[in-house]
Design a protein around this ligand. Structure first.
Ligand SMILES: [Fe+2]
Length: 382
């Protein structure tokens, strides 16, 4: 078994009312100036937290994140505001976009490096501010991962900044913060989390340590996402999906994603399709493509998702792909790219952009050629 390094937040608090634990821990932390970068929807949940921190004489500044998926210029705007406040701790509260920006701000506010210099793997020189993340969606796993993804609007490419300095000091994952999430976002973000687990499990560089997280995440999300989609107030289902999402996030550092994410990024870059939605449409199609490369693991995915064992491993694996397709469908995910406004004449451009995401394509269990990627897009128009 080859060696693998796991870099995770030193403190992960998971479960109902973790938010209360955040306040208690923060008050003991010694931080004096906290900058909260938050989703607007998270504001109400934080009123009590702000009151408590102010009582403890913590200086609090709040930046409301009002953009969609973050671009280079969105990030620059926020980091400039952050620099003028000069916090000793950055707290991100929101979905993946908010957390990705908060993570980068924490690492860059006292850093002379330019954004272009830190894009890629292990280019960040450090992080001097504290960093705490509280997710309000169950999707990206950004609260435990070393990744931040921004859109470079000049090239329409989603670019990753990957560094151990982007792993937060603490993550508080409170399923109660996800209760008010609309069904559509629940579905899209949940399938994004599922794709993190599936892409790590079937990854060319998969590892038994990470396989454990991935398979458990697949089981939790595949068996509970529809319940959370139908009844957003189902705390048990929300907790199960949140846990699955956390496992997905823990896969992202040591193993990371593959062709689903690579082929989905151009849909975000060119058409501004939300990350989760783009992945959700692509996931069954890419699983179908990848299955021959590792039938055994695809059969294990099927069983984890609740499929009954068939006569052959191949049949079980195939039923698993169908199960994931049905899950997406039952959660209202469209099956065609035309349903989300993508036109067939852009397929060559999309394919060209996808082939540039070599940092993820290299992880795919089956080699993806230009023709393969193009065909995957094309099948989503049939
Ligand atoms: Fe993702």
């Amino acid at each position: 078994m080859r060696a693998i390094t796991l870099i995770q937040p030193p403190r992960i608090v998971f479960g109902v009312d973790s938010l209360k634990q955040f306040t208690t821990d923060f008050n003991k932390s010694g931080y004096k100036k906290a900058l909260f970068i938050i989703a607007r929807s998270a504001k109400k949940s934080l009123n009590q937290v702000f009151e408590n921190l102010l009582e403890q004489k913590v200086l609090v500044e709040v930046i409301e994140y009002t953009f969609r998926e973050p671009t280079f210029s969105n990030y620059e705007e926020i980091v400039n505001d952050a620099r003028s406040f000069n916090a000793d701790c950055i707290v991100g509260v929101g979905g993946g976009s908010v957390l990705d920006v908060a993570k980068l701000v924490a690492a860059m506010q006292h850093n002379s490096q330019k954004l272009e210099e830190v894009v890629g793997i292990n280019n960040l020189s450090g992080r001097s501010a504290g960093l705490i993340c509280l997710p309000t969606t169950s999707g990206t796993g950004a609260e435990v991962s070393p990744n931040s993804i921004l859109l470079d609007e000049t090239t329409q490419e989603k670019k990753g900044i990957i560094s151990p300095f982007l792993v937060p000091d603490a993550a508080y994952i409170d399923p109660l913060l996800t209760l008010s999430l609309p069904p559509k976002i629940t579905a899209e973000t949940g399938i994004d989390a599922l794709s993190h687990c599936i892409e790590a499990y079937t990854n060319k560089f998969s590892h038994p340590v990470v396989d454990e997280y991935a398979l458990k995440g697949i089981e939790l999300i595949a068996r509970n996402l529809h319940k959370a989609y139908i009844d957003g107030g189902d705390v048990e289902a929300r907790s199960a999906v949140a846990l699955g999402s956390m496992y997905g996030g823990l896969c992202l550092g040591p193993v990371n994603t593959a062709a689903v994410h690579a082929i989905s990024y151009p849909l975000g870059g060119k058409y501004h399709i939300p990350h989760g939605l783009a992945n959700a449409i692509l996931l069954p199609e890419v699983m179908d493509f990848n299955m021959p490369a590792n039938v055994h693991k695809h059969a294990k995915i099927a069983l984890a998702a609740g499929v009954e064992e068939k006569e052959t491993e191949k049949a079980t694996a195939g039923a698993g792909v169908e199960r994931i397709r049905e899950l997406a469908c039952s959660c209202g995910i469209p099956t065609k790219l035309t349903d989300i406004g993508v036109t067939k004449d852009s397929v060559d451009e999309l394919t060209g952009l996808a082939m540039k995401v070599t940092r993820l394509l290299k992880n795919n269990p089956r080699e993806v050629t230009y023709e393969d990627a193009r065909n995957i897009y094309l099948r989503l128009f049939e």
